[in-house]
Design a protein around this ligand. Sequence first.
Ligand SMILES: *Cc1c(COP(=O)(O)O)cnc(C)c1O
Length: 388
Amino acid sequence: MGAMIPYVTDTPDIAIPASLLPADGRFGSGPSKVRPASVEALGAAATTYLGTSHRQKTVKSVVGSLRAGLTELFSLPEGYEVLLGNGGTTCFWDAATFGLIERRSQHLSFGEFSSKFAKAAKDAPHLDDPSVITAEPGTHPTAVADPDVDLYALTHNETSTGVMMEITRPDGAVPPAEGGGLVAVDATSGAGGLRVDPAAFDAYYFAPQKCFGSDGGLWVSLLSPAAVERIEQIHASGRWTPAFLDLHIALENSRLDQTYNTPALATIFLFDDQVRWFNENGGLEFSAGRCDRSAEILYAWADASPFATPFVAKEEERSRVVGTIDFADEVNAATVAAVLRRNGIVDTEPYRKLGRNQLRIAMFPAVDPDDVAALCACINHVVGALAS
Ligand SMILES: *Cc1c(COP(=O)(O)O)cnc(C)c1O
């Protein structure tokens, strides 16, 4: 962990010229930029969709469209299912400790989010203590085939540090069809912005407030047949599970294009609109391609900058959806973030608990790569003005 970041009391009065400003100033890592076109579409459905029953066809058809759209976006093979429920990713971790982990899990822990699922599994009284493989923030560990675990917990993109990892089954692991462990991936900030091969996972779960440009509060999990079988097995074993966290109940409801209890209809609508936008423009290649372009711009700028450096040392681990940029000691990143905020460019502050002199910049598909370029120019302007 780096030195404490001084608390900024007075934000310098620096006005960024309008010609430099991005068209949209939202660079937060979640909740993140929602496309105005999605909000307009929601407005158009104000009297026919919003405020109507989630058990009737109007809403169920949007849930159905969302499930079909995700199947298309991720090219899910036959037999894979799209589950959804209320409570966001944090809720899904608890649900997984009941419904996906049979006895013991292995976790790759390399930041705030990945450590939380490991803790949930450790705290669950009905599970054995998990195997936790850690790595320093700014890197990621590697999963190790282990016959004593029945679920490998990976994270596609560690949002707190800006580290991404390629999703593969652990080297030498027995496939789930032959009794090996399931691969469960927290893809909350990676899904929709990073490429993934569905053959490499059994549960790929996320929430819609990041790459899917919607609001929070919902979880989605893409499940392989082996994961569906695990849910059914645990259900049949009679393990007590709170209904709200019961993946078997979620499975039954999802198949009917509904959630166990009332969902936020606006969240589902915006989510579906974003998935349609991806699919209509070329699918995951389109959405991940936008993130690639933004990331190239951001890291090329940092590499060339006299005061900025990518925090993540290994190029292949540098996230294409959430960039973390360290600043030289003589530039106070918190002051830069505060000046940007004053100029309408928001949420570039770093993950608080990481405690580094850095900015964190989301490059989710909704963010225009041209706006990332504009942001870099704005940072140059602010740093120049602070030095003079
Ligand atoms: C944002 C995030 C979460 C938490 O999601 P909630 O929907 O707020 O529970 C979990 N994991 C990762 C990787 C995230 O980026």
